[in-house]
Design a protein around this ligand. Structure first.
Ligand code: GLG
Length: 804
């Protein structure tokens, strides 16, 4: 690892960048400075910065070829990349120059950066992980391509109508996407449906009934200081021909445009549900579309290097991000057998030596299954190959009945991915253990070498260096250079400084500044005013029952009751902040959003709560909002039912920025506790094993409600319409569920959670001690850099040696 900021990135000063910006504005954007809008200036700066990325990008590509580097292909249905301009500026060390250049044009830098739309091509953790991995693969120098879909509409925009979630389409591509390079010369035909007739040997001839084109768009992803740069290639679905001439000539213009409507639908919109896949034909087509295009591209590149298809695994490792691209197994076999003449067994050996699969959830409803009818209809040749893979596996493992990919008229994509993969990984130590014991128990017994753990991480460039300028300066000064951003283990040097009062004071001052900025933003953009000296207690993530935003809301209401009952009682002043979207079809999650907003309205309207308790739920949580909230957090809520959150990654971002965690022993929380020390984290609730035992012993949530009057009171208030203008019906589904089923055991953990929050209050009352813990949290976060994660995949999954 090196120090210093020269490297491959071209150094450029403010004056040179000013000139480059002026040139781009004129000749790339076609605007006169006299009439240029903020967006025009942003596009001009983006183009100028992109120009600086191109040379290091070519250099990395040439080096990958020259050194015959094995390539990594990361196939993901989602890349939640957010904004790119500032990230690139930071990675390339251009911030001072960019600020100077923008100011010289009389434009406000913060406003310019803020003008960029978020690229929201993902739902939540899974998609954001893919984005962090892109950044880390470029930073550590893994020669890689990300492959995904260039959705025209990313995740919907959320608004609140009287506290109810409403959805609006997102249209980030309405403006030109200034980072990408359109590669109209790279386009592959992708077939669907049709007929299969026998071919030679194991081969077959598939004649699809419909075909679309997958057209490539490339975005360069520069790593730290441009030492390495990779490519994110997103596929856009286009018609093979725009028009059917025959109906057009007849004057039937709608029918004439039909092929283009079908094709464009495929990359039109991101499915907005992250845990319950809909068995919709369009979804299957999206999955096949981008997987097939990516594999065609991978094989083309392999052949272009003069290599035989048989040798693919020696030169390429393909990572399947969840089961979404699991059709890669059968598709690769199809290409090798039908197009390249390998026999089936040989082809499957190549495929299963090249592919790897990451599992992100144990919830059975989240593992994809496709009906054999749908699969056989949409992808008839693949259905044949899937059956053959299934039969071969059953024969080889001599277990014909226990594990079948095709079962009960369904194709089980988790099992298909497992069997087609060289390595299968979980995303935290606990999750990987549970994978072995539950969903993949039988397959694990048959293939004990396959499952490995790779605990998630997050990129410290975006989630510390980029979003927390105060901490960046403090760390750089304390650690002697900016290199901590690419070597986060160095942050461990903060640990002894936790005992230094002067250091603590500076650390705390940064947090206070961030909270002030966050409060100003809440006021300006969302019309809520909060006290920046109160504890900022934040839960931001998708709204899901297992993540238990409901438990947080109930605790908030119980705290409100307690303050009302005894105004002199000492509770820490708190601002509870929620952020997150519910899948549009997930009724219970949407009801929970409304409940949070109703509780918020009641509390915020009560003058007795002034300076004591406030609730904010800013609408439309996204990556850019996270970049404002996380640096301002004192307390991070990671309160899922143990055994349900595979890893979590928000938990890491918060701790890195000096927030303390209140959380269950779930996912990566367990490893965070190990890293920061038990006394510096607030753990509560049942363990994963206890959750299972509670359920096995006939869980009766009502008995927990009866046992805790604080919980009972809140549930009764909700039933009486206390928070909802007397409407006792509104939340009936919530309270009936709490009393009757409560699958995620909110009631079982409530008491432990409430009591732990009071321990948090006590800790808040000792500010020096709190800050000491906060410093120790940040100091323990080296291991949660996604650079560490990527080095782990490189060594244990892909068999590649990073270049940097
Ligand atoms: C999943 C899991 C998270 C995990 C993330 C990335 O639910 O616990 O951190 O993937 O591995 N659907 C998700 O976001």
């Amino acid at each position: 690892m090196h120090d210093g900021a020269t490297d491959t990135a071209k150094q450029i000063d403010g004056e040179a960048l000013r000139v480059a910006m002026a040139h781009s504005l004129r000749y790339a954007i076609g605007k006169d400075p006299v009439t240029a809008t903020l967006s025009d200036w942003r596009l001009a700066l983006t183009r100028a910065v992109r120009d600086l990325v191109v040379d290091p990008w070519f250099a990395a590509t040439r080096r990958a070829y020259a050194e015959k580097r094995k390539r990594v292909y990361y196939l993901s249905m989602e890349f939640l990349i957010g904004r790119l301009l500032e990230d690139a500026i930071h990675n390339l060390g251009l911030e001072a120059a960019a600020r100077e250049a923008v100011a010289a044009h009389g434009v406000d830098y913060a406003a310019l950066v803020d003008d960029e739309p978020d690229a929201a091509l993902g739902n939540g953790g899974l998609g954001r992980l893919a984005a962090c991995f892109l950044d880390s693969m470029s930073t550590v120098g893994v020669a890689a391509h990300g492959y995904g879909i260039r959705y025209e509409h990313g995740l919907f925009r959320q608004r609140f109508d009287q506290g109810w979630q409403g959805e609006e389409p997102e249209d980030w591509l309405r403006q030109r996407h200034a980072w990408e390079f359109e590669r109209s010369e790279v386009a592959y035909p992708i077939g669907f449906g049709g007929e299969v007739s026998p071919g030679e040997g194991d081969g077959a001839l598939w004649t699809p009934s419909d075909t679309v084109l997958a057209a490539a768009y490339d975005t360069p992803i520069p790593g730290w200081r441009g030492r390495w740069t990779n490519t994110l290639r997103l596929w856009d679905a286009q018609p093979v021909r725009e028009f059917d001439l025959e109906p057009f000539n007849r004057g039937d213009y709608m029918a004439a445009a039909a092929p283009s409507v079908f094709a464009e639908t495929i990359s039109r919109v991101l499915y907005p549900d992250d845990t319950t896949p809909q068995g919709k034909e369009l979804r299957l087509k999206q999955e096949y579309f981008f997987t097939a295009a990516s594999l065609a591209d991978i094989l083309r590149r392999h052949r272009a290097m003069g290599l035989e298809p048989r040798s693919l695994a020696a030169h390429a490792a393909i990572q399947l991000n969840d089961t979404h691209p699991a059709i890669a197994g059968p598709e690769l076999v199809r290409l090798l057998v039908d197009d390249h003449g390998l026999d089936f067994d040989e082809a499957f050996d190549v495929a299963s030596a090249t592919l790897n699969y990451t599992n992100h959830t144990l919830m059975p409803e989240a593992l994809e299954r496709w009906s054999t009818d749908l699969m056989g209809h949409a992808l008839p040749r693949h259905m044949q190959i899937i059956e053959r893979i299934d039969t071969r596996h059953a024969r080889e493992t001599k277990r014909p009945d226990s594990v079948r990919i095709v079962d009960n008229g369904e194709v089980r994509m988790g099992d298909l991915a497992f069997i087609s993969a060289h390595r299968v990984n979980g995303v935290s130590a606990l999750h990987t253990d549970l994978m072995k014991q539950t969903v993949f128990a039988e397959l694990h017994a048959l293939h004990p070498e396959k499952i490995v753990n790779q605990t998630n991480g997050v990129t410290p460039r975006r989630w510390l260096y980029g979003c927390n300028a105060g901490m960046r300066r403090l760390l750089t000064e304390t650690l002697g250079s900016e290199e901590w951003a690419a070597d986060l283990d160095r942050i461990a040097a903060l640990a002894p400084l936790a005992e230094d009062a002067a250091f603590r004071e500076r650390f705390q001052a940064i947090k206070t500044d961030n909270k002030r900025a966050c409060a100003a933003w809440l006021e300006r953009e969302h019309g809520v005013s909060v006290d920046p000296t109160a504890m900022f207690d934040i839960q931001i993530k998708r709204i899901h029952e297992y993540k238990r935003q409901l438990m947080n809301a109930l605790e908030t209401a119980a705290l409100y009751n307690a303050i009302k009952a005894d105004p002199s009682a000492e509770f820490a002043p708190r601002v509870k902040i929620f952020g997150g979207k519910a899948a549009p079809g997930y009724a219970m999650a949407k009801l929970i959003i409304k409940l949070i907003n109703d509780i918020a309205a009641t509390i915020n309207a009560d003058p007795a709560m002034k300076g004591r308790l406030a609730v904010a739920y800013p609408a439309n949580y996204n990556v850019s909002m996270a970049e404002i909230l996380i640096p301002a957090a004192d307390l991070s809520e990671q309160i899922s039912t143990a055994g349900k959150e595979a890893s979590g990654t928000g938990n890491m971002k918060f701790a890195m920025n000096g927030a303390l965690t209140v959380g269950t022993l779930d996912g990566a929380n367990v490893e965070i506790r190990d890293a920061v020390g038990e006394e510096n984290i607030f753990i509560f609730g049942q363990t994963a094993a206890e959750v299972l035992a509670t359920r096995a012993n006939g869980y009766a949530p009502q008995s927990f409600i009866d046992a805790d009057p604080r919980l009972a009171q809140v549930v009764e208030q909700i039933e009486a319409g206390f928070f909802s203008g007397g409407d006792g019906e509104r939340f009936r589904a919530v309270t009936e569920n709490l009393r009757g089923h409560d699958w995620f055991q909110v009631c079982a953990d409530f008491t432990s959670y409430y009591d732990r929050q009071r321990v948090v209050d006590d800790a808040w009352a000792k500010p020096e001690e709190w800050t000491r813990k906060a410093v120790l949290n940040a100091a323990g976060m080296g291991v949660f850099s996604s650079d560490r994660t990527i080095r782990g995949y490189a060594a244990e999954v892909w068999g590649v040696t990073p270049a940097c």
